[in-house]
Write a protein that binds this ligand. Structure first.
Ligand code: PHE
Length: 460
């Protein structure tokens, strides 16, 4: 293929190195999903068995789709929608596969609308930590602070707006200068700080109970819905199935080995989630808190720890600042497919695309803001038992994380495994011989079957 059909594959647009891509893709993967969402859904779904299913999903569904999606992105070299359009033509496949591109743009639009609201919470908590509000405070006080934040739509709206503005500015400035610089130094720092928090948690007294909770599977606590949530989270945490990796892959130089890169990203991402769990659950048990309290979990447990430890103000500020960075590097990747689509299909320049896309997403995000207060009693699908008590935010999260992302992943696995031509696939993926053949078996059979089984079980 020539550069004419793969605009992003022109030298000036490419990632400067394999490392830059790893950092950006890992920056996308590691985010609120690992530190905020993973612990709270693990708590809600009973611990060990849920974690086990999640890990299996990462291995047989997450990694293969991560590889396939990046490969498709690099081959197409354009926005997810245009990439799917040109690949369905050049591979001579049915046009229906183009839905993968659309699913991506729409899902990343929706996911950012609520992600940004939670990103705003991280902003608020930097301020709270700096003001010393946690020092010496008990669980009730800290829980009350979180409750007050949720109860105030204006405050949530303000920080949601600030968060979106940051994301729009970074994306608007362009792929290289904006994205690369942000991830380079700060991600490793976050990792180190999480390790520090795990050490702190080890001394808190309930470490053993937390390890049991996370790693001793009790299948009686696992529901079919829990399995669906675990699958959805495996997709969410790796940022697969919604065009983000397709968009990032479009800037990836041909010489980079995709399979190896994908493994690195998956290992990094999973380690961060497990570390976050190990930092949080000991505190939950030591303070007599409930693991299943929902989205507020880290905003209640970690401040308690910061309030008690020496240097807690500093640690608290740094931690929430790094959480913010992790959230921003994920959020910029969510805006990317939307911006690429606007640039290519509407001919709007990058900055204006970021601004227009950002504004529309910000507006939809107001629905999430209101879900925690004014609309907290509105349950749009409450008449279905499955969605009982679910707010607009819960439904959006469910739609994107548990439906659009896994189904997008399914379509990607099928497209790469069955529809695309085999020539050049092995080289593109970067595997050889028996490993390649085994990988293809997984991608063609195991990955789709895994996703389908989870869905069927939830339907019956
Ligand atoms: N993987 C990100 C996280 O764990 C979330 C994300 C989802 C990013 C979808 C991009 C696309 O926080």
């Amino acid at each position: 293929m020539t550069n004419q059909t793969q605009p992003h594959q022109q030298a000036s647009n490419l990632w400067s190195s394999r490392l830059a891509f790893i950092l950006a893709a890992a920056g996308s993967a590691v985010g609120l999903g690992n530190i905020w969402k993973f612990p709270y859904i693990t708590g809600e779904h009973g611990g060990g068995a849920f974690v086990l299913v999640y890990l299996v999903c990462i291995a047989i569904i997450g990694v293969p789709v991560l590889i396939a999606e990046t490969m498709i992105g690099r081959r197409g070299g354009q926005s997810p929608v245009a990439t799917m359009r040109s690949l369905t033509d050049s591979e001579g496949t049915a046009r229906g596969w183009r839905i993968i591109g659309w699913n991506g743009v729409i899902a990343s639009f929706l996911v950012l609308s609520f992600y940004s609201v939670i990103g705003g919470w991280a902003l608020v908590y930097i301020g709270k930590a700096a003001a010393g509000l946690f020092t010496g405070a008990d669980a009730e006080t800290i829980g009350g602070q979180f409750g007050n934040l949720l109860a105030n739509p204006w405050e949530l709206l303000l920080w949601h707006s600030v968060f979106m503005a940051i994301v729009v500015l970074i994306v608007g400035r362009g792929i290289r200068s904006g994205l690369e610089r942000a991830v380079n130094t700060l991600m490793p720092l976050l990792f180190i700080l999480l390790v520090v928090m795990v050490f702190y948690a080890m001394n808190s007294g309930s470490f053993g109970r937390a390890v049991d909770f996370m790693f001793a599977p009790d299948f009686s606590k696992l529901t079919t819905k829990g399995v669906l949530v675990a699958l959805g989270h495996a997709a969410f945490t790796l940022s697969i199935g919604i065009g983000v990796l397709m968009a990032y892959g479009s800037y990836l130089p041909k010489k980079v080995n995709i399979a190896r890169t994908a493994m690195t990203i998956a290992v990094l991402d999973t380690s961060v989630a497990l570390l976050a769990g190990l930092a949080i659950f000991p505190l939950v048990f030591a303070n007599g808190l409930e693991p299943g309290t929902g989205p507020g979990l880290i905003f209640v447990t970690l401040p308690l720890a910061f309030g008690q430890m020496t240097g807690g103000v500093l640690f608290g500020v740094i931690f929430f600042a790094l959480l913010l960075v992790a959230a921003v590097t994920s959020a910029i990747s969510m805006l990317e497919p939307v911006v690429e689509w606007l640039e290519e299909h509407k001919g709007i320049n990058r900055f204006k695309s970021a601004l227009a896309g950002g504004l529309a997403i910000w507006f939809v995000g107001i629905g999430t803001v209101l879900s925690f207060n004014v609309w907290s009693d509105i349950h749009p699908l409450g008449f279905l038992a499955f969605f009982e008590g679910k707010t607009v935010f819960d439904l959006l999260d469910f739609l994107v994380s548990n439906l659009m992302m896994p189904l997008g992943g399914l379509a990607i696995a099928l497209f790469a495994g069955w529809a695309m031509r085999r020539e050049g696939l092995m080289e593109d993926i970067g595997l050889r011989g028996g490993v390649y053949r085994s990988f293809m078996v997984v991608l063609r059979y195991l990955t789709p079957a895994g996703i389908l089984v989870v869905f069927l079980y939830n339907l019956i």
